[in-house]
Every structure is written in C-alpha cells, then in structure tokens.
Ligand binder design. Structure first.
Ligand SMILES: NC(=O)c1ccc[n+]([C@@H]2O[C@H](COP(=O)([O-])OP(=O)(O)OC[C@H]3O[C@@H](n4cnc5c(N)ncnc54)[C@H](OP(=O)(O)O)[C@@H]3O)[C@@H](O)[C@H]2O)c1
Length: 323
C-alpha cells in the first residue's frame, strides 16, 4: 500500500530468525462469521505491507478451526508462491475437541492437534508450533517433548511457549534445550494496560535468549480511537462472538484513553500507532488483530514514529498510573 513505511525486521532472541516488527493474528475476524473476500483482502493486504508473520491457533474462529481453514484457502490461492517468505504459527493447549485428549498439554493432544491444523491449513509444516498455555497437571517434560517431536517430524521448524509465567518459562526453556530444540519465542499479553511481563518475564527471556511477541497490544481495540465516541456497532466490544471484550471493560478505561489520545496527537500519531510503538520498546514483535485492511495500514504506519522522548514517556506513565 503506497505511503506505508517499510516493514522493520528484528532478530528473535538467539536464533537465526528475523521477525517483522508487526505480525497479524487471526483470533478474531477470520472465522466463518466473516466473508472470505474480507479475509482475503486483509491477508494479502498485510503481506503486501511486509507483514510476513501470521499467527493462528487450532481454536481460532468461530467456529473453532475455521480461521485455520479460511487461512488455508486464501493461502493456497493467493500466497502459496510466497511460502518461503512467510512465517506461520499455530498453537495447541486450549479445548478443541471432546473428551480428555482435546485439551491441555498432553503429548496426545499437542501432536494430534498439530496434524489437524496442518490439514485445515493445507500446509506440510508450520514455522512455529506453540504450547498455548502451561498445563499444571501434565509433566512439563511431556509437553516439551511433544514440541520437540513436532520439530523432529518436520511438522514445525521452531517451537514457542505462550502464557507461561517467568518461572514456568525458565523450566520449559531448560527442558527444551536439553532435548535439543531451543525455544524460539514466548507469546504473552502486553500493552499499556497489561504490563505483567515487565516485572520478571522480560528479564528471563533476555537471559535465556528467547524472543518475545506481544499479543493484544491494543488491548483488543481499547487503545485506539475505536471507542472515543461511544460503542460502535460491529466493534469487538459489541460483538456477541467476542466474550473477552465487553462494554463494561471499555468504559472504565475511557478517561485514560482520552488522555493518551491527546499525547499521541501531539506526537503526530493516532493512539493505536503510539500504543504499538510503546510496546515495541519492550518486545521483539507484536501481533495485531484487525477488522479491516485500513486498520492494518494504520498500524503499520506506527513504524514511522517509534521513538519517545523521556518527557513523553513520563506523561504516559502518569496517565497509566491513574488506572
Ligand atoms: N497466545 C494467546 O493466548 C493469545 C491470546 C489473544 C490473542 N493472541 C494473538 O494476538 C492477536 C492479536 O490479538 P488482538 O486481536 O486482541 O489484538 P489487538 O491488536 O489488541 O486488538 C485488535 C482489535 O483492535 C481494533 N483495531 C486494530 N487496529 C485498529 C486501528 N488502527 N484503529 C482502531 N481500531 C483498531 C480492532 O477492533 P474491531 O474488531 O472492533 O475493529 C481489532 O480487531 C490474535 O489474533 C492472536 O493471534 C494470542
């Protein structure tokens, strides 16, 4: 898209992989509740803007599995010629099918789920296979050995952890290293409003040489101008398929959002762009969600203004401190 800044690439921990600073996630807006034409426009538009990393999971939809299937359809017809230019990730660990083997961190669940994901996407391998969440009732050695097996089977090139705490990450990384499959990346929620990784996890990842990728960097759209003038129809907060963002979660944040919006305007950015630039001070990459190609372009334009003055950071901290 003309006018969008060039994508920036950043080395992912101690590995050979460079990640685009901005990646695209298919959690929302890529299921069967969206026309395939819109999905195609967003995926191919993102690729044209240099977003070469697409983040999926077995359960993304609705219904679960449909985001992978829709991605596979678009990929086959529009992106397959670029397979070696693209990083595709998927995950297993949340409930996907009935019975005891369709959930959590057993070897049985992870490896069966990966086979299902590959079939839905029509791929021979994914670039990154994640354990989507830690499983307190399964030995960490079992979950990690399933990730290792996925790589040895040629079904994944790299492995990652998501939603693991600092302590769990240290343990899992050590097990993976022993198995000979180093952990490439850790995926965690991180935004101006969700700063849990700062206390410990960021330090552990730096020490262990593991890259980091933030999810929900816009707090699911709250850290944008989306809700500045009310709750628009079609927005995530008003979508019955999106139980994780509801109007009662948006409203208490609006005063801070207005103050942050004003700081962003002074910087010559919109709030989404400032929120993304702020996250990229801490993580290797981030995963945006989007409901239109216009939003993706708007977000990529954040790369034109990544720097912050100490004064701006201080003012932002003061606003966040009011939360
Ligand atoms: N590992 C995990 O457990 C986990 C959990 C959650 C997410 N993730 C990953 O992270 C990805 C991103 O999560 P997310 O969708 O919550 O991220 P997000 O970027 O915080 O939120 C995306 C939403 O923000 C709004 N938006 C985006 N750009 C905008 C702009 N420029 N202006 C106004 N509004 C804008 C859109 O809302 P509207 O739809 O209202 O337009 C969009 O759907 C997911 O797709 C998934 O790949 C992983």
């Amino acid at each position: 898209m003309s006018g969008t800044p060039a994508m920036q690439f950043r080395r992912c921990g101690r590995s050979g992989i460079d990640l685009p600073a901005i990646s695209l996630g298919l959690w929302h807006n890529f299921g069967d509740n969206r026309p395939l034409a819109d999905i195609r426009a967003m995926l191919t538009g993102a690729f044209d803007m240099g977003i070469v990393h697409f983040d999926l999971a077995n359960n993304y939809g609705p219904p679960p599995g449909s985001a992978e299937r829709n991605f596979g359809q678009v990929f086959a017809s529009s992106l397959a010629a670029h397979r070696d230019e693209i990083l595709i990730s998927t995950k297993a660990g949340y409930k996907m099918w009935a019975g005891p083997y369709g959930d959590w961190g057993s070897r049985k669940n992870l490896l069966a789920s990966l086979d299902q994901s590959l079939r839905r996407m029509g791929l021979e391998y994914v670039d990154i296979f994640y354990s989507h969440r830690p499983d307190p009732n399964t030995p960490i050695e079992e979950t990690m050995s399933a990730l290792d097996t996925a790589v040895r089977q040629g079904k994944a090139l790299y492995v990652g952890l998501s939603n693991y705490s600092a302590t769990q990450t240290r343990e899992a990384v050590a097990v993976l290293r022993k198995l000979g499959t180093p952990c490439l990346i850790h995926q965690a929620r991180y935004s101006m409003f969700e700063r849990g990784i700062e206390a410990e996890l960021v330090g552990v990842l730096a020490e262990e040489g593991v890259g980091s990728i933030a999810f929900s960097p816009l707090a699911q759209g709250v850290l944008t101008d989306r809700y500045l003038n009310g709750l628009p129809a079609g927005s995530r907060a008003m979508d019955a398929d999106s139980p994780f963002l509801t109007p009662d979660k948006v409203e208490p944040r609006l005063e801070q959002v207005r103050l942050l919006h004003a700081i962003a305007q002074e910087r010559g950015q919109d709030l989404a762009q400032m929120a993304l630039a702020w996250v990229l001070r801490t993580t290797t990459s981030l995963i945006i969600g989007a409901s239109s190609t216009r939003q993706i372009a708007d977000n990529v334009a954040a790369l034109g203004g990544l720097g912050f003055t100490a004064e701006e950071l201080g003012r932002i901290e003061a606003v966040l401190g009011q939360g």
